[in-house]
Design a protein around this ligand. Structure first.
Ligand SMILES: O=C1O[C@H](COP(=O)(O)O)[C@@H](O)[C@H](O)[C@H]1O
Length: 266
Protein backbone atom coordinates (compact mmCIF):
# COMPACT_ATOMS: atom_id res chain seq x y z
CA UNK A 1 0.00 0.00 0.00
CA UNK A 2 1.49 3.38 -0.97
CA UNK A 3 1.03 6.70 0.79
CA UNK A 4 1.02 9.72 -1.45
CA UNK A 5 0.77 13.43 -0.85
CA UNK A 6 1.15 16.62 -2.84
CA UNK A 7 1.95 20.04 -1.44
CA UNK A 8 1.19 23.50 -2.77
CA UNK A 9 4.48 23.69 -4.73
CA UNK A 10 3.22 20.85 -6.88
CA UNK A 11 5.76 18.53 -5.29
CA UNK A 12 4.48 15.01 -4.75
CA UNK A 13 5.85 12.48 -2.28
CA UNK A 14 5.05 8.80 -2.82
CA UNK A 15 5.97 6.34 -0.07
CA UNK A 16 5.89 2.56 -0.48
CA UNK A 17 5.73 -0.07 2.18
CA UNK A 18 7.25 -2.67 -0.14
CA UNK A 19 10.05 -2.20 -2.67
CA UNK A 20 8.17 -4.20 -5.26
CA UNK A 21 5.35 -1.61 -5.19
CA UNK A 22 7.85 1.22 -5.62
CA UNK A 23 9.45 -0.55 -8.58
CA UNK A 24 6.08 -1.15 -10.27
CA UNK A 25 4.83 2.38 -9.70
CA UNK A 26 8.13 3.83 -10.95
CA UNK A 27 7.85 1.75 -14.13
CA UNK A 28 4.22 2.89 -14.59
CA UNK A 29 5.22 6.52 -14.05
CA UNK A 30 8.04 6.35 -16.63
CA UNK A 31 5.89 4.44 -19.14
CA UNK A 32 3.07 7.00 -18.82
CA UNK A 33 5.42 9.96 -19.31
CA UNK A 34 6.98 8.20 -22.29
CA UNK A 35 3.56 7.67 -23.87
CA UNK A 36 2.50 11.28 -23.27
CA UNK A 37 5.75 12.70 -24.64
CA UNK A 38 5.73 10.49 -27.75
CA UNK A 39 2.13 11.53 -28.39
CA UNK A 40 2.94 15.22 -27.98
CA UNK A 41 6.45 15.50 -29.45
CA UNK A 42 7.13 12.21 -31.22
CA UNK A 43 10.12 11.47 -28.96
CA UNK A 44 10.99 10.92 -25.29
CA UNK A 45 14.18 12.55 -23.99
CA UNK A 46 15.09 10.91 -20.68
CA UNK A 47 18.18 11.55 -18.54
CA UNK A 48 19.35 8.80 -16.17
CA UNK A 49 21.43 8.86 -13.02
CA UNK A 50 23.63 5.99 -11.88
CA UNK A 51 23.65 4.21 -8.53
CA UNK A 52 20.69 2.35 -7.11
CA UNK A 53 18.24 3.94 -9.56
CA UNK A 54 18.96 1.53 -12.41
CA UNK A 55 18.01 -1.63 -10.50
CA UNK A 56 14.87 0.14 -9.18
CA UNK A 57 13.88 0.70 -12.86
CA UNK A 58 14.27 -3.01 -13.56
CA UNK A 59 10.54 -3.70 -14.09
CA UNK A 60 10.74 -1.77 -17.37
CA UNK A 61 12.61 -4.73 -18.85
CA UNK A 62 9.67 -7.03 -18.07
CA UNK A 63 6.17 -7.47 -19.49
CA UNK A 64 4.04 -5.48 -20.04
CA UNK A 65 6.48 -2.53 -20.32
CA UNK A 66 9.03 -4.36 -22.48
CA UNK A 67 6.29 -4.73 -25.12
CA UNK A 68 4.13 -1.64 -24.63
CA UNK A 69 6.75 1.13 -24.29
CA UNK A 70 7.70 2.78 -27.60
CA UNK A 71 11.45 2.21 -27.09
CA UNK A 72 12.33 3.38 -30.61
CA UNK A 73 11.31 6.91 -29.62
CA UNK A 74 13.55 7.05 -26.53
CA UNK A 75 16.65 9.27 -26.48
CA UNK A 76 18.91 8.50 -23.51
CA UNK A 77 21.21 10.89 -21.67
CA UNK A 78 23.08 10.85 -18.37
CA UNK A 79 22.42 13.44 -15.66
CA UNK A 80 25.90 12.69 -14.39
CA UNK A 81 28.74 10.43 -15.33
CA UNK A 82 32.01 9.34 -13.84
CA UNK A 83 34.98 10.07 -16.12
CA UNK A 84 36.14 6.47 -16.53
CA UNK A 85 36.16 4.06 -19.47
CA UNK A 86 32.72 2.90 -20.58
CA UNK A 87 33.56 -0.66 -19.57
CA UNK A 88 34.75 0.36 -16.08
CA UNK A 89 32.75 -0.86 -13.08
CA UNK A 90 32.22 2.78 -11.96
CA UNK A 91 30.70 3.89 -15.28
CA UNK A 92 27.07 5.02 -15.05
CA UNK A 93 26.76 4.17 -18.76
CA UNK A 94 27.87 0.58 -18.13
CA UNK A 95 25.45 0.28 -15.23
CA UNK A 96 22.51 1.41 -17.37
CA UNK A 97 23.62 -0.64 -20.37
CA UNK A 98 23.94 -3.86 -18.37
CA UNK A 99 20.83 -3.29 -16.25
CA UNK A 100 18.41 -1.75 -18.75
CA UNK A 101 19.51 -0.62 -22.20
CA UNK A 102 20.76 -4.02 -23.38
CA UNK A 103 17.44 -5.61 -22.37
CA UNK A 104 15.05 -3.40 -24.36
CA UNK A 105 15.03 -2.38 -28.04
CA UNK A 106 16.58 1.10 -27.75
CA UNK A 107 18.04 2.49 -30.99
CA UNK A 108 21.85 2.54 -30.41
CA UNK A 109 22.25 5.97 -32.07
CA UNK A 110 19.77 7.41 -29.58
CA UNK A 111 22.05 6.60 -26.65
CA UNK A 112 24.12 9.70 -25.83
CA UNK A 113 26.90 8.81 -23.44
CA UNK A 114 29.96 10.97 -22.72
CA UNK A 115 33.30 10.85 -24.54
CA UNK A 116 35.35 8.66 -22.19
CA UNK A 117 38.70 9.31 -23.90
CA UNK A 118 39.19 12.94 -22.84
CA UNK A 119 39.57 14.98 -19.65
CA UNK A 120 36.57 15.73 -17.41
CA UNK A 121 36.57 19.34 -18.61
CA UNK A 122 36.53 18.35 -22.29
CA UNK A 123 33.97 15.60 -21.69
CA UNK A 124 31.59 18.15 -20.11
CA UNK A 125 32.15 20.59 -22.98
CA UNK A 126 31.59 17.87 -25.62
CA UNK A 127 28.47 16.62 -23.86
CA UNK A 128 26.96 20.09 -23.70
CA UNK A 129 27.71 20.48 -27.43
CA UNK A 130 25.84 17.23 -28.18
CA UNK A 131 22.87 18.42 -26.13
CA UNK A 132 22.90 21.81 -27.93
CA UNK A 133 22.69 20.02 -31.31
CA UNK A 134 19.74 17.96 -30.13
CA UNK A 135 17.98 21.05 -28.77
CA UNK A 136 18.44 22.63 -32.19
CA UNK A 137 16.77 19.66 -33.89
CA UNK A 138 14.09 19.57 -31.14
CA UNK A 139 14.88 16.04 -30.01
CA UNK A 140 15.16 17.84 -26.67
CA UNK A 141 12.70 20.69 -26.04
CA UNK A 142 13.82 24.07 -24.85
CA UNK A 143 12.61 25.89 -21.76
CA UNK A 144 10.72 29.07 -22.60
CA UNK A 145 11.96 30.79 -19.46
CA UNK A 146 15.59 29.77 -19.06
CA UNK A 147 16.74 28.80 -22.60
CA UNK A 148 17.96 25.59 -20.99
CA UNK A 149 17.20 22.18 -22.46
CA UNK A 150 13.86 20.87 -21.21
CA UNK A 151 14.19 17.11 -20.79
CA UNK A 152 10.93 15.19 -20.74
CA UNK A 153 12.12 13.32 -17.66
CA UNK A 154 15.16 13.57 -15.40
CA UNK A 155 15.62 10.66 -12.99
CA UNK A 156 17.73 11.29 -9.90
CA UNK A 157 18.96 9.20 -7.01
CA UNK A 158 20.19 10.78 -3.77
CA UNK A 159 23.19 9.93 -1.59
CA UNK A 160 23.10 9.86 2.25
CA UNK A 161 24.75 13.33 2.18
CA UNK A 162 21.87 14.71 0.08
CA UNK A 163 23.81 14.83 -3.19
CA UNK A 164 21.95 14.38 -6.45
CA UNK A 165 23.60 13.79 -9.83
CA UNK A 166 27.24 14.81 -9.07
CA UNK A 167 26.11 17.95 -7.24
CA UNK A 168 27.59 17.59 -3.76
CA UNK A 169 26.83 19.64 -0.64
CA UNK A 170 28.88 22.84 -0.30
CA UNK A 171 30.54 22.38 -3.69
CA UNK A 172 30.96 25.46 -5.88
CA UNK A 173 29.23 23.77 -8.84
CA UNK A 174 25.93 24.28 -7.02
CA UNK A 175 26.32 27.94 -7.99
CA UNK A 176 26.87 27.27 -11.70
CA UNK A 177 24.30 29.28 -13.65
CA UNK A 178 25.73 29.51 -17.18
CA UNK A 179 26.86 26.03 -18.19
CA UNK A 180 24.43 23.21 -18.92
CA UNK A 181 27.00 20.53 -18.17
CA UNK A 182 29.93 21.06 -15.85
CA UNK A 183 32.73 18.97 -14.38
CA UNK A 184 34.50 18.31 -11.11
CA UNK A 185 37.78 16.63 -10.29
CA UNK A 186 37.34 16.56 -6.51
CA UNK A 187 34.17 14.54 -5.97
CA UNK A 188 33.97 13.58 -2.27
CA UNK A 189 32.53 10.24 -3.40
CA UNK A 190 34.89 8.25 -5.65
CA UNK A 191 35.72 8.35 -8.46
CA UNK A 192 36.83 12.01 -8.20
CA UNK A 193 36.42 13.03 -11.85
CA UNK A 194 32.85 13.49 -13.01
CA UNK A 195 30.60 15.50 -15.28
CA UNK A 196 27.13 16.61 -14.24
CA UNK A 197 24.08 18.51 -15.40
CA UNK A 198 23.82 21.81 -13.52
CA UNK A 199 20.87 22.83 -11.34
CA UNK A 200 19.41 25.18 -14.01
CA UNK A 201 19.14 22.22 -16.42
CA UNK A 202 17.65 19.89 -13.82
CA UNK A 203 15.16 22.55 -12.78
CA UNK A 204 14.12 23.22 -16.39
CA UNK A 205 12.92 19.63 -16.98
CA UNK A 206 9.25 18.89 -17.57
CA UNK A 207 9.40 16.13 -14.98
CA UNK A 208 11.93 15.26 -12.30
CA UNK A 209 11.77 12.17 -10.09
CA UNK A 210 14.02 11.58 -7.07
CA UNK A 211 14.10 7.90 -6.17
CA UNK A 212 15.48 7.06 -2.73
CA UNK A 213 15.59 3.87 -0.66
CA UNK A 214 17.19 2.81 2.60
CA UNK A 215 17.58 4.05 6.17
CA UNK A 216 20.98 5.64 5.52
CA UNK A 217 19.22 8.33 3.49
CA UNK A 218 16.30 8.98 5.88
CA UNK A 219 17.92 12.03 7.55
CA UNK A 220 18.66 13.75 4.23
CA UNK A 221 15.13 12.93 2.98
CA UNK A 222 13.70 14.51 6.16
CA UNK A 223 15.85 17.59 5.74
CA UNK A 224 15.01 18.05 2.04
CA UNK A 225 11.27 17.37 2.26
CA UNK A 226 10.41 18.72 5.71
CA UNK A 227 12.63 21.80 5.29
CA UNK A 228 14.58 21.24 8.49
CA UNK A 229 18.18 21.50 9.61
CA UNK A 230 20.74 24.27 9.18
CA UNK A 231 22.07 22.80 5.91
CA UNK A 232 18.63 22.38 4.41
CA UNK A 233 18.61 25.37 2.01
CA UNK A 234 21.90 24.28 0.43
CA UNK A 235 21.23 20.56 0.41
CA UNK A 236 21.48 19.64 -3.30
CA UNK A 237 18.31 17.50 -3.16
CA UNK A 238 16.45 20.46 -1.66
CA UNK A 239 17.70 22.68 -4.49
CA UNK A 240 15.87 20.50 -7.00
CA UNK A 241 12.80 22.66 -7.57
CA UNK A 242 11.58 22.51 -11.17
CA UNK A 243 10.53 25.98 -12.29
CA UNK A 244 7.52 24.84 -14.26
CA UNK A 245 7.86 21.08 -14.21
CA UNK A 246 6.64 18.40 -11.82
CA UNK A 247 8.68 16.87 -9.02
CA UNK A 248 7.88 13.44 -7.60
CA UNK A 249 9.79 11.75 -4.77
CA UNK A 250 9.64 7.93 -4.75
CA UNK A 251 10.57 6.67 -1.27
CA UNK A 252 10.57 3.30 0.40
CA UNK A 253 9.41 3.02 4.01
CA UNK A 254 13.00 3.14 5.34
CA UNK A 255 13.96 6.30 3.44
CA UNK A 256 10.71 7.94 4.59
CA UNK A 257 11.09 6.83 8.22
CA UNK A 258 12.16 10.25 9.55
CA UNK A 259 9.56 12.32 7.71
CA UNK A 260 7.22 14.39 9.89
CA UNK A 261 4.10 12.89 8.29
CA UNK A 262 3.68 9.55 6.57
CA UNK A 263 3.67 6.73 9.09
CA UNK A 264 2.67 3.17 8.19
CA UNK A 265 0.92 1.23 10.90
CA UNK A 266 2.95 -1.75 12.16
O1 LIG B 1 27.62 8.79 -7.35
C1 LIG B 1 26.43 8.78 -7.60
O2 LIG B 1 25.54 8.69 -6.59
C2 LIG B 1 24.16 9.03 -6.73
C3 LIG B 1 23.41 8.28 -5.64
O3 LIG B 1 23.66 6.90 -5.81
P1 LIG B 1 22.90 5.79 -4.95
O4 LIG B 1 23.56 4.47 -5.30
O5 LIG B 1 23.08 6.16 -3.51
O6 LIG B 1 21.46 5.80 -5.37
C4 LIG B 1 23.65 8.73 -8.13
O7 LIG B 1 22.35 9.20 -8.28
C5 LIG B 1 24.60 9.38 -9.13
O8 LIG B 1 24.14 9.21 -10.44
C6 LIG B 1 25.94 8.71 -8.99
O9 LIG B 1 26.89 9.19 -9.92
Amino acid sequence: MALSGANKDGREVRIYEYLDELNTDLADYIAELSEASVKERGVFAIALSGGSLISLMGKLCEAPYSKTVDWAKWYIFWVDERVVAKNHADSNYKLAKDGLLSKVPIVPSHVHSINDTVSAEKAAEDYEFVIRQLVRTRVISVSDISDCPKFDLILLGMGPDGHVASLFPNHSILDEKEEWVTFLTDSPKPPPERITFTLPVINSASNVAIVVTGTSKAEAVHSAIDDVGPDCPTLPAKMVQPTKGNLVWFLDKAAASKLDSAKFSE
